[in-house]
Design a protein around this ligand. Structure first.
Ligand SMILES: Cc1cc2nc3c(=O)[nH]c(=O)nc-3n(C[C@H](O)[C@H](O)[C@H](O)COP(=O)(O)OP(=O)(O)OC[C@H]3O[C@@H](n4cnc5c(N)ncnc54)[C@H](O)[C@@H]3O)c2cc1C
Length: 287
């Protein structure tokens, strides 16, 4: 028989996960309910109050792993880039139940919030309970925590308790760009997606910081900081030349596949078109 748990505190949840590491966390359940293979045990975490809070700690924003999209869309501290992606997830019914942490832990390259999270160097906060009852925490970068399709660097007994946006004020000061291409306007898993951030030097037209990431064109989200680096500090013709070379490099790097939602050819060409549009607007200062 399938075992089910309904903890009411974080400490209770971590104790259950320590003693029954096969228990699968269920937040909104919007991915779990459509999974082909059921788990041996489920732990329902949506009533754990400690993971339903979003707050600033120093320069970093901590987004509770139990917070649903509907509520996160009302949070003033969450950067617009992440909100733009959250608005594109499914439909209001799914956004009433689904969570950002669930989108990360589902580890799908088509997860809509992942390209923005990669651009923001987001992290997850993981907690587990030791044999003596003490609770230990660690932080992991989302881009390292997700290791493949449905694969995470998560240890037995660990629970994601928050998603962290380090230096969120700086991120909020950057111009953003987000595109999701799906078969229809809503309730569509993306054929491809793209997120970008850009900041220009004060009183100057040079690009000070630029970041971009692609969804659904590889086994995980694709971000290449070494390509971003080639554009920093440039403006005018030098920037345009570097931007052309970055698009060329990305045409070698992106390796999408054919599947039921799209073709590799379409995914690659549209991703490169969107990248050119983003880089052009970032260079002109028209984002
Ligand atoms: C009809 C439909 C449409 C959808 N459309 C989209 C879409 O447009 N874009 C998109 O990106 N996604 C879409 N999804 C997928 C899904 O809604 C999102 O991925 C959502 O963010 C998952 O959140 P959740 O809280 O429901 O996760 P759950 O289903 O509860 O969990 C997902 C996975 O994460 C694990 N998990 C959850 N929370 C934690 C935690 N705190 N610690 C450790 N592991 C955890 C679970 O064990 C499970 O493996 C859709 C799903 C459905 C059913």
């Amino acid at each position: 028989m399938v075992r089910t748990y309904f903890p009411k505190t974080l400490s209770e949840a971590l104790k259950i996960l320590r003693d029954d590491p096969a228990a699968m966390p269920v937040a909104g359940g919007t991915d779990v309910m459509v999974a082909k293979k059921p788990a041996e045990a489920f732990i329902y975490i949506s009533s754990v109050p400690e993971i339903k809070e979003t707050c600033m700690k120093g320069q970093d924003l901590f987004i509770g792993a139990g917070e649903v999209y509907r509520d996160l869309l009302e949070e003033p501290d969450i950067p617009e880039l992440l909100k733009a992606a959250m608005k594109e997830v499914a439909s209001p019914a799914i956004r009433n139940a689904g969570t950002l942490a669930g989108n990360i832990c589902n580890a799908s390259p088509a997860g809509d919030t992942l390209p923005p999270l990669y651009c923001m160097d987001a992290e997850v906060l993981l907690s587990h309970m030791e044999a003596d009852g003490s609770v230990k925490e660690r932080r992991a970068r989302v881009c390292e925590f997700i290791t493949g399709i449905r694969k995470l660097d998560i240890r037995p007994g660990e629970l994601v308790t928050a998603v962290i946006i380090p230096g969120v004020r700086e991120i909020r000061g950057m111009k953003m760009y987000y595109e999701k291409v799906g078969a229809r306007k809503s309730e569509a898993i993306s054929k491809l997606s793209f997120a970008g951030l850009c900041k220009r030097e004060e009183g100057d037209s040079a690009v000070a910081d630029i970041r971009f990431a692609f969804g659904s064109v590889g086994i995980t989200v694709v971000r290449r900081p070494e390509e971003e680096q080639k554009l920093k500090g440039l403006s005018g013709d030098a920037y345009r030349e570097a931007a052309d070379s970055v698009v060329k490099d990305l045409s070698e790097i992106l390796k999408p596949i054919d599947d039921q939602r799209s073709t590799a050819k379409y995914r690659k060409q549209v991703s490169l078109n969107i990248l050119s549009d983003f880089l052009g607007k970032a260079g002109e200062g028209s984002l």
